[in-house]
Design a protein around this ligand. Sequence first.
Ligand code: ADP
Ligand code: MG
Length: 250
Amino acid sequence: MKVLEMNHIKKSFGSTEVLKDISFSVERGEVVSIIGPSGSGKSTLLRCATFLETMDDGSMSYLGHSLVTSKNGKAVYADKKEIKEALTYFGLVFQNFNLFPHFTVMKNITDAPIRIQKRNKDEVYAQARELLAQMGLSDKENAYPGQLSGGQQQRVSIARALAIKPNILFFDEPTSALDPELTLEILKVIKNLAAEKMTMVIVTHEMSFAHDVSNRMIFMDQGVIVEDTTPDALFHSDNERTKAFLGKYY
Ligand code: ADP
Ligand code: MG
């Protein structure tokens, strides 16, 4: 079962073509890491996958539901109601946490499930407390984001993403704003999710982590997928661009 399928995605900003015919898919339970130099289009790809950005052309489906189709070289989006439903298929964790500063930890986690998914309040609160326990943050439910460390804030944003019971979780450089020590604590959380067979797409510069946690790795450069293969194959690639990029890390 494909959770996400994207085909022939194109996206330009003005005259700059940022995504040039990108195709890939993610199977249920798979962990796919996306690596590549700054400016290669990784964030734009995740933003197109999560409707934060509209693609110019291409098609996209979640769980076999077609949400974007390509017609005459243009992306045609499904109607608003279908897109709104699809927003509960996935969670997104950003580099800079993106928590609501004026909401407590508890409200950050429970707001979308209660207000958007219209789920039972008691059930949502119980689930939120379980997630906080899992993240080692049981004593923080009434804290505000500003009172937490970066690592704690990122664990709250992972709990918030999980609270909507997503079919797939996207991470955009989840540790880039963190010290090495806090980075390790977040990578451990993501490894635990992988062990639980959470479907994930992770944009990261943490190469050894990506190698260990991923079923597949995608190397992007200048708006194209250069390689989409196993971690071992990528790290032993003969491709000059891949080798040049990985060479910067070793
Ligand atoms: P990455 O995440 O791989 O660093 P991005 O997807 O953020 O790359 O950016 C790819 C290119 O698109 C960059 O050249 C960037 O400047 C450009 N870009 C991204 N977002 C916008 C935007 N909203 N408007 C104009 N250009 C953008
Ligand atoms: Mg980026």
